[in-house]
Write a protein that binds this ligand. Structure first.
Ligand code: FAD
Length: 464
């Protein structure tokens, strides 16, 4: 079939009605022929802007050229030079605002489907047993990495490739950070995709110790002063949920999105063979309009509920990716826009029975540049529901900063670290990812992990 050079080769997806009732992956990805067809759309620009748009600077035209030729192994090796988590990134990166957002093809038509090509190559490599190799000589120095999310994994992998002895300490019983506890299975399969990429990092020699909470089990100061580590990287994320502070928020059946998603993703509440408790609401209200809200809403839908998203601005201001909103709508999520909760209503047993909301209109732009929502007086009304999921953002947990001497944080509880090297106010301690920026993206967290690995290497090269 002739290829339309202006348009992406369409990617196959599960039908909305079918997928709304299961937790299988929504997007089915490209097959070989589709990937090779899509690769022919790449112009192999001399000055590739897509690489500039990628926070870990993957040689995008280079790997796409190999896909064009059908050498998928070579393509995977090129990606592996820059990214330890390509199958993850191919699925969850906001490509439209990064690599694809800069693609020259996008000026007159649709950008090359870089994310779907990355995903294809990474899946092919995994299915064909391609493993990363380490050739570095051992340096005889130990680095501790706190947190096994994308930032910690990337920093650990890069340091292992440089010859350091790296141990990741992870508070939860499973490695992966948000990739395993936050992002749902239907967007990012855990056993099939996340676990093998973590195993690839382990194959570089990285050790992962789970169930170790830094700040409780031990501290950064003890790691450096008593446990023989020469440097520490803090990639502990931003897992502390925010609430609105409205009456009724303590009622039974009110969840933070993080808890709701953790019960489902990490603790498999959706599966009959697990006994993790979760309220399977008949009518669920999710408060918020970001990607996390979309994930919580689509998860609640798959557990059998009618789901409403209550968001205080209009559709144009929804912070979630357009693709996520589109998928949520296709699956039947109801968007109650320009509305804001004022109270959660409880029944006589303390369970949620509804939520009071007030209608809003948009005023002048605020500091974020988005038009400020203003309450419409006297417009309050009640939505009946049995579960409320608060998805209002997260911040870093203060446990690490409060147990480490001399570690500077800002007023948002984020660790202060140098953007280029990850260096913090404490010598030998580096930080990056959501712990530094607040909730952001997988690829930015990975970029910070890479930069810090270089920073740590430079620091340790000077220490005898
Ligand atoms: C539901 C959800 C959906 C998202 N969807 C997307 C998406 O589609 N695309 C995208 O790019 N981004 C998405 N994000 C954001 C993205 O996942 C994060 O920006 C990214 O995971 C941050 O990586 P990190 O390594 O800094 O932190 P995390 O992934 O949060 O990992 C931090 C790890 O540190 C551990 N930890 C914390 N404190 C301690 C301690 N004291 N001791 C030991 N270990 C500790 C945590 O248990 C965790 O495993 C999403 C986030 C959520 C919550």
């Amino acid at each position: 079939m002739a290829i339309d050079m202006m348009k992406k080769v369409p990617v196959r997806e599960q039908e909305p009605k079918v997928r709304a009732t299961n937790f299988d992956e929504v997007c089915l990805g490209y097959n070989k022929e589709e990937a090779m067809d899509e690769a022919t759309r790449c112009l192999n620009c001399k000055n590739p802007q897509c690489v500039v748009g990628c926070p870990v600077s993957i040689n995008i035209p280079g790997f796409i050229d190999e896909v064009k030729k059908g050498d998928f192994k070579k393509a995977s090796e090129i990606i592996a030079e820059s990214s330890a988590l390509p199958a993850v990134c191919g699925r969850v990166c906001p490509q439209e605002s990064q690599c694809e957002g800069k693609c020259v093809r996008g000026i007159k038509g649709e950008a090359v489907s870089i994310g779907k090509l990355e995903r294809f190559v990474a899946d092919w490599a995994r299915e064909n047993g391609v493993k990363p190799e380490v050739k570095a000589e051992k340096k005889g120095k130990k680095v501790a990495v706190i947190g096994s999310g994308p930032s910690g994994l990337t920093c650990a992998g890069d340091l292992a490739k440089l010859g350091y002895d790296v141990t990741i300490f992870e508070a939860l019983h499973k490695a992966g950070g948000v990739l395993v506890y936050g992002i749902p299975e239907f967007r990012l399969p855990k056993d099939k995709v996340v676990q093998p990429e973590i195993e690839n990092v382990e194959a570089l020699g990285v050790k992962i110790e789970t169930d170790v909470v830094i700040g409780k089990s031990t501290t950064i100061d003890a790691l450096l002063e008593e446990e023989g580590f020469d440097a520490v990287y803090v990639g502990s994320g931003a897992g502390l949920p925010k609430f609105m502070g409205i009456p009724g928020e303590q009622a039974l059946g009110v969840y933070s999105a993080n808890e709701f998603l953790t019960r489902n993703n990490l603790m498999k509440a959706y599966r009959d063979d697990y006994d993790t408790p979760i309220a399977r609401g008949k009518k669920v209200v999710v408060v918020g309009g970001g990607n996390v809200a979309m994930d919580a809403a689509r998860t609640a839908l798959r557990l059998g509920a009618e789901v409403h998203i209550v968001y205080r601005r209009s559709e144009a201001e929804l912070p979630a990716r357009a693709e996520e909103v589109h998928h949520a709508k296709e699956e039947g999520i109801i968007f109650d826009l320009l509305q804001n909760p004022t109270e959660i209503l409880e029944d006589e047993n303390g369970w949620v029975k509804g939520i009071k909301v007030i209608k809003m209109e948009l005023g002048e732009p605020d500091a974020s540049g988005r038009r400020r929502p203003v309450e419409i007086e006297g417009s309050e009304y009640e939505i009946e529901c049995d579960t409320v999921i608060m998805s209002l953002g997260t911040s870093p947990n203060p446990l690490i900063s409060s147990t480490t001497k001399g570690l500077e944080i800002n007023k948002r509880q984020c660790i202060v670290a140098d953007e280029d090297t990850g260096a913090t106010s404490k010598s030998g301690v580096y930080a990056g990812g959501d712990a530094v920026t607040g909730a952001a993206t997988v690829i930015l967290a990975m970029g910070a992990g890479k930069a810090a690995a270089k920073g740590i290497d430079e620091f340790l090269s000077k220490v005898q």
